[in-house]
Design a protein around this ligand. Structure first.
Ligand SMILES: CC(=O)N[C@H]1[C@@H](OP(=O)(O)OP(=O)(O)OC[C@H]2O[C@@H](n3ccc(=O)[nH]c3=O)[C@H](O)[C@@H]2O)O[C@H](CO)[C@@H](O)[C@@H]1O
Ligand SMILES: C=C(OP(=O)(O)O)C(=O)O
Length: 450
């Protein structure tokens, strides 16, 4: 292994996680709310901002495009500022010299959401190659199809995509082939300043999308949501700034909940909210996990006794969120009987299980759809269903983190295992989990840098 010691964590397993941690704003909302600030003619104030890599990447991209960013992810810089508060001033976007954008290639999924705001402001946009987790092909065809429908032209270049809006973008009628989160956000961030009405059907309706709509409404946008996945946006001529506290990260909250279950511990997640986690909570209860919902957070714990095997299918909201799947699978290795997991959102999100098998888990992958819901991946050679038989004792191992949630899942497995694990590539976890090592220590985990 050639990685630096700084990117390795030694995890001494076998002890329950006990105590309290706090989750702040959602990784899947905060960077998008930051992009929305580009649409305004006045500064925006975003609160409850976590110090995670995806936020830093978008801060850098915004600065490159002339947005002045004040406020801190760490300590406040001026009196009166809170930590976790950003003030984003887009007054100088038109005069920015966008050099070095290539440095941001492969950094996250977010650059593609700059398209609409930049086309409105500048009439053109350059989008470098995207990053994000390697959990499937992750094409962006829907994004470019909708942008063309608004009137943009797109040219593929060796280092990215170059877009132009020869005239003001026009509202349009769009039907997404699948309720994609990013494409729905693309439509929202483009339609709010387009001329006329946009009607989007088969839209994603994840809580982070609702929160982005709240942000845009605060800026002056006119957006309505029907119960049938239809979103209507009436374009306006200009938008102001916003003042918004980001919704808490339900994905991080569920990760800690799964860690409590797998390690037979008890974790109070300050900031966790029932409303955005209802589907997770139902599943957690079926597995045998206990929780208590308070005004400020949710306590999750293992109540003792055996856990139950379950059948689980991931889906778009309000279904079981795919990003909850990997951490919960670790807990399912401790349940009695056969659990069945059908991953219907990403075709390659079960590859992380081979390392769990090396630790002693029994997880078999299948190409077939093992669930009631036929999905886009059935009969297409993707190992997207799993049968987990448990309970199995886990042993510490050498682990290489494959992606964000897979990485956190390996930490959970290492904490639940007997012996010591050496987890490589842990820096990836900083992409979506704020101060995770400090939180682990606060919960009593025995972790150290080699
Ligand atoms: C930064 C962020 O918010 N990431 C989240 C977002 O990712 P992201 O927005 O990338 O995910 P999408 O909802 O767009 O993708 C869902 C499915 O649609 C497919 N697709 C998507 C776009 C497209 O142009 N063509 C296409 O085929 C994807 O390959 C995937 O199979 O939503 C996912 C689904 O809840 C989450 O797992 C990610 O954590
Ligand atoms: C898949 C994820 O994120 P991204 O879309 O940023 O890769 C995730 O948060 O689990």
């Amino acid at each position: 292994m050639t990685d630096s010691p700084a990117d390795v964590l030694l995890v001494h397993g076998g002890a329950p996680l006990e105590g309290e941690i706090r989750v702040r704003g959602a990784k899947n909302l905060v960077p998008k709310a930051m992009v929305a600030a580009l649409l305004g003619s006045a500064p925006s104030r975003l609160r409850n901002v976590p110090d995670i890599r995806d936020v830093r990447v978008v801060r850098g991209l915004l600065q490159l495009h002339g947005v002045t960013v004040r406020g801190g992810l760490g300590s406040p810089q001026t009196p009166g500022e809170e930590s976790g508060e950003l003030i984003l001033d887009p007054s100088h976007v038109e005069s920015a010299n966008v050099a070095d954008i290539d440095a941001h290639a492969g950094s996250s999924r977010i650059p593609i959401l700059f398209c609409g705001p930049l086309l409105h402001r500048l009439g053109h946009a350059f989008i470098p190659g995207l990053g994000g987790c390697d959990i499937g092909g992750r094409p962006v065809d829907f994004h470019f199809d909708v942008l063309r429908q608004f009137g943009a032209t797109i040219e593929k270049r060796a280092d990215g995509q170059y877009l132009e809006a020869p005239q003001r973008l026009r509202g349009t009628k769009i039907e997404l082939p699948y309720p994609s989160v990013g494409s729905t956000e693309q439509v929202l961030l483009t339609a709010v300043l387009a001329e006329g009405v946009t009607e989007l059907s088969n839209a994603a309706v994840e809580p982070e999308i609702e929160d982005l709509i709240c942000v845009l409404q605060k800026m002056g946008a006119i957006i309505s949501m029907d119960t049938d996945r239809t979103i209507r946006i009436t374009g306006v001529d200009s938008l102001g700034g916003y003042n918004h506290s980001a919704l808490p990260d339900r994905l991080e909250a569920a990760s800690w909940a799964s860690a409590a279950l797998a390690t037979e511990g008890s974790v109070y997640v300050r900031g966790a909210q029932q409303k955005s986690m209802m589907t997770f909570l139902n599943t957690y209860r079926k597995v045998g996990g206990a929780f208590e919902i308070g005004d400020e957070g949710i306590r999750f714990w293992h109540p003792g006794g055996p856990l139950n095997a379950i059948a689980l299918e991931t889906d778009v909201h309000p279904g079981f969120q795919t990003d909850w799947q990997q951490p919960l699978v670790v807990a399912l290795t401790q349940a009695s009987g056969l659990s069945i997991v059908h991953e219907t959102v990403y075709e390659s999100r079960l590859g992380f299980t081979s390392a769990l098998n090396q630790m002693g888990a029994h997880i078999q992958l299948y190409r077939e759809c093992l669930g009631g819901m036929p999905c886009r991946f059935g009969q297409r050679n993707f190992l997207h269903s799993a049968v987990v038989s448990g309970p199995t004792k886990l042993q510490g191992a050498d682990l290489v983190i494959p992606d964000l949630r897979g990485g956190f899942s390996y930490l959970i497995a290492a904490l639940a295992a007997q012996g010591t694990s050496r987890v490589h590539g842990i820096d990836l976890i900083n992409r979506g989990y704020e101060n995770f090592q400090q939180k682990l220590v606060e919960l009593g985990a025995k972790v150290e840098r080699p």
